[in-house]
Ligand binder design. Structure first.
Ligand SMILES: Nc1nc2c(ncn2[C@@H]2O[C@H](COP(=O)(O)OP(=O)(O)OP(=O)(O)O)[C@@H](O)[C@H]2O)c(=O)[nH]1
Length: 780
């Protein structure tokens, strides 16, 4: 549910009108997501951006529950983002559509849909922690949708123990990007003594591209100072003492920036080779030309531009905005969609929410053409016509009505009745030959389920309706019925907790949640038959045959996200059609049949996992309607699975990073191993990937500029001290054993332990555990 503020502040309204009336030159639009590991400061940076762009006159804070984008009560109570919120921001001559996303893995669906519609991203890192498990998780999600242009923002540099260089180096050691490029350097203090004392802080930023220094005073105001083109003059500046330790490093940092960038442009390399010897020519190099090369390299993903600051103190925010405009892709730079204004209308619904006052709200991105209030749309994913009642621009929880949404823009349609997240909308009048669905949004696999027990018989229908509506707004909630029981499946324990709260608060239905149970899977049985074409007979006796070849997924094979991330279906080596497509072609109808059997194995009724299905010839006799193919495919796959016999049972695992004091280390490790966890390392510095596996070797530092450690004076010692006092355990464990881990860890660490969890995929269980699970689900 969206809670509406009664009135917009006057300043806001004026600003909103300004955005709506701006004619949107697509070259000036930046659709971007803010993504990161939980608590890295995305919402705080969003709030700071709204302040910098004069959307707000006073910022809210996460800590007092007063931010603009975290407006759901559950978000404000917990201080975390649950739903992504989009907000248009005008910055100089640009329009940014900014999507703040949740960092917690349980709300990964929101990052998934945001990644699908943006052209660029600002990825944040907490500079005390460096790259964390979910940083890699969101990085992979951006990769999945080919969001190539990214800026890395090293946040929280005001915190004790924060380190610019260590965070920059962690981008290499965690293999995030082979060429992170520092465009800015932090100035911890303008008093050189603070460097000697190891004081934490950030009071200035050197912009190495525009060759200037931003200096903040104690009231949070800043002044910008140009740096001289002659390095000899660097020691005679009135805004920084001549003994400041950073001064000798400025010219080398700019030279390295240009030299490293020239590795990606022969033209720039030749220009640099033609410069006179010595640093002066590098310092005097035309900044606009430098920015042009940086943009080209960013668009090609050759480099990862790195900025820094402290969002909470609004330090670095303006720089982020400037560089988003200068470097990230506009809708025109994205080459995989038809993109002209006068091309046929094509929209992607990337999010659907329900509001008591406004009804269904469909968030769309316009991929081509222009939509106005009178447009009649066809949802080409489900085949339904849709009528628009209003077009809105959304400012987190507030709205402004507009007449049209043009190519490249993001907005909200009211009045649509059938559209779900991921659907394509086109002009109803367009010739059918010109139609094609936009790329889908994939839903991460559910790992946990709870039975939903209506309080009385009269509550059954309202509960079912509420679940159906909720899964329309959040497709990562899956609903099914097993042995007469209504089950809600989700992405984690916190996700289900929020689902439970939303059903009560937003839909007001009466029910109890049964015990949570992780979602088990079945792998392919040992007797998988060799490829063959099997036959299904229609009532009239016609034979429909479909050839299938089943084998387990190879060790290095990754499941297709269209098939729940755990299964691959192909035809002659090419990905098979999606079961969710409306196209109605024979292969889509076959895909729908395969999907229905895959979600409910004939041996255990569990969903199937780790299977590769190759679809061969589909033989439909003349006169038989293609619609029978769905039933035929489901039947034939069931036969194959029965013949293969019951396969291994798999259960979801999580990657854990547990941080405890030295004296609780032994107890924490024992507890983990007693609960079936595999301890991978004890803070010895090895690198553990998002899926809990150990990664070998990072990208080399060669060809990259990593400034000295003392640049963040408090990071040098505090990090070592913290490492001495705190120990980190990296482990992978069955999710089923970790559902009450926060209570266990609190008890065994005297309340000092903290942990993070990320999904680590499904793994096969031992034969003893398999028996236990089969008993639990009534199949033993
Ligand atoms: N010291 C310091 N704290 C910060 C800074 N930015 C954010 N924080 C704090 O970090 C905590 C998390 O900030 P959020 O903005 O909620 O982080 P988030 O990434 O949006 O969190 P999720 O959406 O829940 O993943 C809050 O207590 C913020 O006040 C910063 O620059 N410096």
């Amino acid at each position: 549910m969206v809670f509406w503020r009664t009135r917009l502040p006057k300043k806001c309204l004026q600003f909103c009108r300004g955005v709506a009336s701006t004619s949107h030159d697509p070259a000036k639009i930046r659709n971007i997501a803010l993504v990161a590991h939980i608590d890295s400061g995305k919402t705080t940076l969003t709030e700071s951006i709204l302040l910098a762009s004069s959307y707000l006159s006073t910022p809210g804070t996460v800590d007092t529950g007063s931010t603009t984008t975290d407006f759901l009560p559950a978000e404000r109570e917990r201080g975390i983002t649950i739903q992504s919120a989009s907000i248009p921001v005008r910055w100089k001559d640009h329009l940014f559509n900014l999507v703040d996303t949740p960092g917690h893995a349980d709300f990964g669906m929101e990052v998934e849909s945001a990644s699908r519609v943006v052209d660029g991203a600002v990825v944040l890192i907490d500079s005390v922690e460096g790259v964390e498990a979910q940083t890699k998780g969101v990085w992979k999600q951006l990769d999945r949708y080919d969001v190539r242009t990214r800026i890395m923002f090293l946040n929280k540099l005001d915190r004790p123990g924060a380190s610019f260089s260590a965070s920059l180096a962690s981008l290499l050691s965690h293999r995030l990007h082979p060429h992170p490029m520092a465009l800015a350097l932090p100035i911890a203090s303008f008093d050189p003594q603070d460097y000697a004392h190891g004081e934490p802080g950030i009071h200035g930023i050197v912009d190495l591209v525009n060759w200037e220094v931003w200096k903040w005073d104690s009231d949070g105001q800043y002044a910008r100072h140009r740096l001289p083109a002659d390095s000899a003059d660097l020691h005679g500046l009135d805004f920084i003492p001549s003994t400041h330790p950073i001064l000798p490093h400025l010219a080398p940092a700019r030279i390295q920036l240009l030299d490293n960038l020239s590795m990606f442009s022969e033209e720039l390399m030749e220009t640099l080779l033609g410069l006179p010897a010595g640093p002066q020519a590098y310092l005097a190099f035309d900044n606009k030309v430098l920015m042009r090369y940086l943009r080209q390299a960013t668009l090609r993903n050759d480099i990862l531009p790195v900025l820094c600051g402290a969002a909470m103190k609004h330090i670095g925010t303006d720089l982020v905005l400037d560089y988003v405009g200068a470097l990230l892709a506009s809708p025109l730079d994205i080459d995989h969609e038809p993109k002209r204004e006068n091309a046929p209308l094509r929209l992607l619904a990337w999010k659907v929410t329900w509001d008591k006052r406004l009804g269904w709200m469909t968030f769309v991105r316009v991929y081509s053409g222009k939509v106005n209030r009178k447009s009649t749309l066809l949802n080409s994913t489900c085949g339904q016509k849709e009528r628009i009642s209003k077009l809105l621009l959304l400012y987190a929880s507030q709205t402004e009505e507009v007449e049209e949404l043009s190519f490249g823009s993001v907005g909200v349609l009211l009045g649509l009745k059938h559209t779900r997240t991921g659907d394509t909308l086109e002009s109803a009048g367009a010739p059918s030959a010109s139609r094609h669905s936009l790329r889908e949004i994939s839903t991460p696999p559910a790992v946990i389920a709870a039975s939903v027990i209506p309080n009385s018989h009269a509550d059954l229908q309202p509960v079912q309706d509420a679940l159906e509506a909720l899964s329309r707004t959040d497709p990562s909630v899956r609903i099914d019925t097993q042995d007469g029981q209504l089950l809600a499946h989700g992405l984690g324990a916190l996700h289900l907790e929020i689902v439970e709260g939303r059903l009560r608060d937003e839909w007001g239905v009466h029910f109890e949640f049964g015990t949570r149970r992780v979602s088990f899977r079945e792998g392919l049985g040992p007797g998988a038959p060799s490829p063959d074409a099997r036959v299904w007979r229609t009532d009239a006796g016609a034979s429909v045959s479909i050839a299938l070849d089943l084998r387990p997924l190879a060790a290095d094979e990754v499941g297709d996200s269209i098939w729940d991330g755990n299964v691959v279906v192909d035809h002659a080596g090419q990905p098979f059609d999606s079961p969710n497509s409306f196209a109605g072609t024979p292969s889509v109808l076959v895909a729908a049949g395969l999907a229905s059997t895959l979600s409910n194995s004939p041996n255990t009724s569990l969903a199937m996992s780790h299977v590769h299905i190759r679809v061969g010839a589909i033989d439909l006799p003349k006169g038989v309607p293609p619609s029978v193919l769905t039933g035929a495919a489901a039947f034939i796959l069931r036969q194959h699975l029965r013949d293969a016999g019951m396969g291994p049972v798999l259960e979801p695992f999580v990657a854990l990073k547990v941080s405890v004091n030295e004296d609780s280390l032994g107890k924490a490790v024992t507890d983990l191993t007693e609960h079936g966890a595999e301890v991978l390392d004890l803070g010895t510095g090895s690198v553990v990937g998002a899926d809990g596996t150990e990664e070998v070797g990072g990208y080399p530092e060669e060809g990259n500029y990593i400034p000295p450690q003392w640049l963040s004076p408090s990071g040098v010692n505090t990090r070592e001290n913290a490492a001495r006092l705190k120990r980190t355990i990296n482990a992978v464990a069955p999710l089923s054993q970790m559902l009450d881990y926060s209570n266990r860890l609190r008890a065994l660490s005297g309340g000092h332990g903290v942990f993070e969890m990320a999904n680590a995929g499904f793994k096969e269980v031992s034969s003893a555990r398999r028996l236990e699970i089969l008993k639990e689900i009534g199949r033993a």
